[in-house]
Design a protein around this ligand. Sequence first.
Ligand SMILES: Cc1ncc(C[n+]2csc(CCOP(=O)(O)OP(=O)(O)O)c2C)c(N)n1
Ligand SMILES: [Mg+2]
Length: 326
Amino acid sequence: MTEPTSLPLETAREMYRRMVLIRRFEDHLYALFLQGVVPGTLHQYQGQEAVAVGVCTALRPDDVIFSTHRPVGHFLARGSPARGIAAEIMGKAAGCAGGKGGQMHLTDVSVGAMPSNAIVGANIPIATGAALGFQLRGQDRVAVSFFGDGAANTGAFHEGINLAAVKDAPVIFICENNLYGASTAISSMMRITDIADRAAAYGIPGRVVDGMDVQAVYQAALEAVERARQGNGPTLLECKTYRYAGHSRGDPGGYRTREEVQRWRERDPIPQMRTLLIKERGLAEEDVNSIERACQSEVEEAVEFARNSPEPGPEETYRHVFAEGQ
Ligand SMILES: Cc1ncc(C[n+]2csc(CCOP(=O)(O)OP(=O)(O)O)c2C)c(N)n1
Ligand SMILES: [Mg+2]
């Protein structure tokens, strides 16, 4: 595992906390889903935590992120409260989108997490647009687009990255290559092994990153963010990662072998970071245990809050359809 000596202990500790929070949240939601408490479906993020946390740790509060149908990890990593996310997933009025978005359409502009977009690839040109807005206003803010390997085969990927490249837009493209787009293996969708190679076609840097190593993701993201902030344009980072769950609830993931899942689980980013904090950074095991307990309580409290919250009233139906005060 990469261990940059410059990483402050507090940052490493916080990255661990956020990864554990995501894992506990997703596991808890899955259990509730099986009990019939969670409506709709879930697209879960277990296994990919190092990507969201590594990238979001490299950002400033005034930067923005654009997410996908699998947004929970990105939102928790960005600091959006677990309560609002849990309530949104349960369709409650206290949800971060007022209960009208559901699991795939989280939004929390207060932390720079723009409305997540379930149309595969669609946030790529939108993030480019936000970045061009920052550039036109002379701001040194950056936009991040998270998307999957499947999205890398959409027209929006080409259009969004190409435009960002020619305009030197301050945007970072984070491709989370988890080897599958729903049940389709990447090997049957593209001839190349590394999606990062596509960056060359747009004349921008492209890098492959170990998406199971939170510090490696953080370092790569930090460089890309600095490059964008200084006006030198976008970067494509391909994070090699894996989702432990099926594509969505109801997908048992039978298109993957047990051995493959096991191989990736052996490289789980959370125990890796736990070991590093204790063995290399000198954190007491009890400190790490207390981080984990605090995450568990935060998740349980958020879910309890969400379960006890009311649904949105009928008067909410037409709110947020048109801009108010126009
Ligand atoms: C344009 C579009 N086509 C198809 C779908 C249905 N769909 C939802 S998620 C998904 C797979 C996306 O795979 P990937 O981009 O690799 O993201 P991952 O689910 O692996 O995170 C598909 C095909 C969609 N939402 N949007
Ligand atoms: Mg995928």
